[in-house]
Write a protein that binds this ligand. Structure first.
Ligand SMILES: *Cc1c(COP(=O)(O)O)cnc(C)c1O
Length: 390
């Protein structure tokens, strides 16, 4: 039995056609785009093509796309860039309590450096309330950063509504769209955002390349100092193979976005309903309908997340948990806690994230294996000793 990968939210394999498109740019066409000889000019042309492919994916103009070293850098660039360019106007930034660490930790860094950050709460389903954002705005607010969809629980935030609030107050609005780009349709104009982060390795492109959409006319403090690359906004010799791969991945995923999201919603719901039916004391995390097509996040009482993951791994199934023992920090997932889960519930969470190569047979195999693992763990669980209910 082959291994089953259900952790596409963590990273995706590079599409074979993407890899093929990248390979020549490591040796044959290795030119530095900043040089004027034909080698360099060819590389420069390819970067231009990739920029168009990415602009098409999100409905922007080509020149509004700036390549970065990944999603983390795009988030850092957006937030620090706005913060340092607008210090004279104010020092207040609004974000949510469920952001990815690339946003949360950037905001905490700014907090230590004189900025005032509001981490606004979410409801039980992980939704940010646009009215809550409105109420948090002060005369010092310069930026609002709310993610498009959450990477752990899959909740899709009401970005278009929040952007109206931001626009009305004259505040810049950034969204981390790293989980949504290529997975649900995105149009930066419909979303009404000034800045939007994306990353290639979450959409079947390579790791180490991302992009920041910067709406025309938005001034950002320079983040990476050096050469004049990327319109002088991001110095450093371009990652040409990465950029070419990112462009190709964007083009490929855009062609199948509608069919693929329908297919994934069907498989996701098969998995979700199957688990909730077969395992008592299990619950869906996140929003029942406003959620990513590929995300199934479940809390299973009286079973520890890390133990479930290790047991699934022994059966060849790779998934993720919001339980903390798998990370350095002892706290369980900040996202699950923010939705009101107790420490125990958060420790008993599993995230399955599906993707391009997920099959119905794989989902059926999980539905066969997981209930047995849970039953075995519960039989040994000290948490269960005091419970007569099960
Ligand atoms: C993966 C991810 C990031 C980080 O992107 P990298 O390219 O891995 O640096 C940021 N935000 C979200 C929501 C993500 O899922």
């Amino acid at each position: 039995m082959g291994r089953i990968y259900l952790d596409y939210a963590a990273t995706t394999p590079t599409h074979p056609d993407v890899l093929k498109a990248m390979l020549p740019y490591f040796n044959e066409d290795f030119g530095n785009p900043s040089t004027i000889c034909s080698y360099g000019q060819e590389a420069k042309g390819e970067i231009g093509n990739a920029r168009t492919q990415i602009a098409n994916l999100i409905g922007s103009r080509d020149e509004e796309i700036i390549f970065t070293s990944g999603g983390t850098e795009a988030d850092n660039f957006a937030i620090k860039g706005i913060a340092f360019a607008n210090e004279s106007k104010g020092n207040h930034i609004i974000t949510s309590s469920i952001e990815h660490p690339a946003v949360l930790e950037t905001c905490r860094f700014l907090q230590k450096n004189g900025f005032n950050i509001s981490f606004i709460p979410v409801d039980k389903q992980g939704l940010v309330d646009p009215d809550g954002v409105r109420k948090a705005i002060t005369k010092n607010t310069i930026l609002i950063s709310i993610m498009h969809a959450n990477n752990e629980i899959g909740t899709i935030e009401p970005i278009a509504e929040i952007s109206k609030v931001a626009k009305k107050a004259g505040v810049y609005f950034h969204t981390d769209a790293i989980q949504t780009a290529g997975h649900i349709p995105i149009d930066v104009n419909e979303l009404g955002v000034d800045l939007l982060s994306i990353s290639a390795h979450k959409l079947y492109g390579p790791k180490g390349i991302g992009a920041l959409y910067i709406k025309k006319g938005t001034s950002l403090a320079t983040f990476m100092h050096g050469g004049e690359q990327e319109q002088g906004r991001r110095a450093g010799t371009e990652n040409v193979p990465g950029i070419v791969g990112f462009g190709k991945a964007a083009e490929l995923i855009q062609q199948e976005i509608d069919d693929e999201s329908k297919r994934l919603i069907y498989l996701r719901d098969l998995l979700l309903t199957g688990i909730l039916e077969r395992i008592n004391h299990s619950r869906l995390n996140g929003h029942p309908t406003m959620r990513l097509p590929n995300n199934a996040n479940i809390s299973i009482d009286f079973a520890e997340g890390e133990s479930m993951i290790l047991n699934l791994d022994l059966e060849g199934i790779c998934a993720a948990t919001g339980s903390a023992c798998s990370s350095r920090n002892l706290e369980p997932s900040h996202v699950l806690l923010a939705t009101g889960l107790s420490q125990e519930q958060a420790h008993g969470s599993l995230r399955f994230s599906l993707g391009k190569w997920t099959t119905e047979d794989e989902i059926k195999r999980v539905l066969d294996v997981l209930p047995r693992i849970v039953a075995r763990l519960r039989a040994m669980s000290p948490l269960l000793k005091n419970q007569s209910k099960i």
